[in-house]
Design a protein around this ligand. Structure first.
Ligand code: RIB
Length: 306
């Protein structure tokens, strides 16, 4: 696909910004049970904010369109974006408290997350329409589902000709056909693939990739954690497996966001989907080797050294 050649931004991320309140646990509590965990850590996070920081740290000219509260968490998030070099002129402030994610991380590095959307839920279709200049200046737009679905639908509508849309439907929700048709690619993990396909989900990730393509996106990427990713491009008739380097996982929080940001950036530079995914799996692998979301994202140099 042809992408905007004279764009100011390699990537515009539209999405959530959360303060991540993280506690390490030996195991998660059962219903009605209390367990003790580690000291509380507060990290900048949110799927949108994470993607923007990940891309900027890799060297992409990146802008974020999001909403935070006029509070200490909002200031923490803005500071993290600015420190990474993200253009925050599209970050709106006020209307509700900053979004918060309550995260537990177990000894294997796996996490469980509950999000209070707060200001993210107040990012409206009108906010998208008012940000036309950002959309016109972007090669690639990346969006997730921690903002209202009608806002995501407006993003799909606001795309300039020649700009590519990358969607990670997380947390998953029923997607309008018009949104699915605009995705190039739709990026899902196993949980999201099964949710979207429902009873039509086959037994293998290859079957999910083909079935998801059948729902309308121009391309699909299924992330497989330590096993890498599967890539299916509607313009070709194959499903390609992209393996990941082996690493010691410490904390997987935000690794999927780093993967998607890296993928989106490299697609905007004109790489083929398989080539971009091969770079993105390395970025995701590097991100699981350190604690936190944004704090764990690598530079391009760190990715090369992996
Ligand atoms: O994908 C990881 C992110 O999900 C965390 O940073 C948390 O904020 C939730 O949005």
């Amino acid at each position: 696909m042809h992408v905007n050649d004279h764009s100011r931004y390699d990537l515009l991320v539209v999405g959530s910004a959360n303060a991540d309140l993280v506690i390490g646990v030996e195991r998660r509590p059962a219903p009605g049970e209390t367990v003790l965990g580690s000291d509380l850590a507060v990290h900048p996070g949110g799927k949108g904010g994470n993607q923007a920081v990940a891309a900027a740290r890799l060297g992409a000219a990146t802008a974020l369109l999001a909403r935070v509260g006029d509070d200490a968490h909002g200031r923490l998030l803005l500071e993290s974006q600015r420190a990474a070099g993200v253009d925050t002129s599209g970050v709106l402030v006020g209307g509700a408290p900053t979004g918060v994610a309550l995260i537990t991380v177990d000894p294997s590095g796996d996490n469980s997350i509950v999000v209070s959307p707060g200001a993210n839920a107040r990012l409206t279709p009108q906010d998208i329409r008012a940000a036309g200049a950002l959309f016109a200046a972007a090669r690639v737009v990346s969006v997730q589902l921690e903002i209202p679905l009608e806002t995501v639908a407006e993003v799909a509508h606001a795309m300039s000709p020649g700009t590519r849309l990358v969607l990670n439907p997380s947390p998953p929700a029923p997607l309008p056909g018009q949104v699915l048709a605009a995705c190039d690619p739709l990026v899902v993990n196993e949980h999201e693939a099964r949710y979207i396909l429902g009873s039509a989900a086959g037994a293998t990730p290859e079957e999910w990739a083909r079935a998801l393509l059948g729902l309308g996106p121009r391309s699909v990427v299924v992330t497989l954690g330590a096993a890498g990713a599967l890539v299916a491009d509607g313009r070709r008739d194959d499903v390609v497996h992209v393996p990941s380097p082996e690493v010691q996982a410490v904390d997987t929080t935000g690794a999927g966001d780093a993967f998607t940001a890296a993928l989106a950036w490299r697609l905007g530079r004109g790489e083929e989907l398989t080539e971009a995914a091969a770079f993105a799996v390395r970025v995701g692998a590097a991100a699981v080797t350190r604690q936190g979301a944004q704090a764990s994202f690598p530079t391009a140099q760190e990715v090369s050294a992996l």
